[in-house]
Design a protein. Structure first.
Length: 292
């Protein structure tokens, strides 16, 4: 699919890696990861964790052979609430994936103290961070203030929550709650000059994608890329720096107390964040059991 649609960059997550690791075509990568885990030794648990790390790197390196840009590689979701220091120690040398791994970006989860983990990874280790499972405006502000490279606000999962918890079951693209969330974040970043890239993610339909035309980046599934490839209409950007700079938004600064309160005020974000962490963690456990 990557070779067919030729994206600039790519993202992975535990669910995608779990699915790919069960395909016969990628058995060699699984075998290599298992051999790596055994080679490092230690307890069975340590061997499995090292094998999992290696498998993520091996898949990322394979993807890098097919794209000109970066791969976002998700760190273990069970580190999501890590609050002091780094949740993922730099492992470029230990992994031995060579030059390819240097092109990977570790994707750090939301941390308890807003931005503390990604601030360390970005500033001290030079590791580009893509902050995912991003549902609230508070998360977006914290990421920007921490100077992260990129954020992935989830459009479709926001829509899912509103459909499941409200009376309205269908939305026009411009009124889609996920689209409106990303639009606000994009406008805020551009109005106040933040360099963090906004990459809309988790789309449910092509209408959401087209409603965010003009956004910095969008990460799109092969299924929706296939649908878009059949359309032959000119897209007019709906987001632009010029319009963002003219919008009515006030700049805010968040310490930990303010971050916690603002995020907590968004019921959707609180529920979808915890749900996303649980689901990614569950798939990481399934992957470990498979390797075992």
């Amino acid at each position: 699919a990557i070779e067919e649609y030729k994206p600039l960059d790519a993202t992975t997550n535990p669910s995608l890696i779990l699915a790919a690791a069960q395909m016969p075509a990628y058995q060699e990568l699984v075998d290599d990861a298992v051999a790596y885990g055994k080679k490092l030794g230690g307890s069975e648990e340590e061997q499995i964790k090292n094998a999992c790390d290696k498998l993520f790197v091996l898949f990322g390196a394979e993807i890098l052979k097919r794209i000109p840009g970066r791969v976002s590689t998700e760190v273990d979701a069970r580190l999501a609430l890590f609050s002091s220091g780094s949740p993922c120690s730099p492992t470029r040398d230990r992994m031995g994936a060579g030059e390819g791994y240097c092109g990977l970006s570790l994707r750090a989860k939301r941390c308890v103290q807003p931005g503390c983990v990604c601030r360390v990874l970005e500033a001290e280790y030079g590791i580009h961070c893509n902050m995912t499972l991003l549902f609230s405006f508070a998360q977006a502000v914290a990421c920007a203030e921490a100077g992260v490279t990129l954020i992935s606000p989830f459009v479709g999962r926001i829509l899912d929550w509103y459909v499941a918890n409200g009376d309205k079951k269908t939305y026009e693209p411009s009124e889609d709650p996920g689209v409106k969330s990303v639009t606000k974040i994009y406008n805020y970043y551009k109005k106040f000059g933040y360099k963090t890239i906004v990459m809309g993610a988790s789309f449910r339909n092509t209408g959401e994608i087209k409603a965010l035309a003009g956004c910095d980046y969008l990460t799109i599934s092969p299924k929706l890329l296939a649908e878009l490839s059949k359309e032959h209409v000119k897209l007019t950007p709906t987001l632009s720096v010029k319009e963002a700079q003219a919008c009515q938004l006030e700049k805010i600064h968040l310490d930990e107390k303010a971050f916690r309160w603002l995020h907590n005020e968004d019921q959707m974000a609180v529920e979808k964040l915890s749900d996303g962490i649980r689901k990614f963690a569950a798939d990481a456990l399934k992957l470990e059991r498979m390797l075992k």
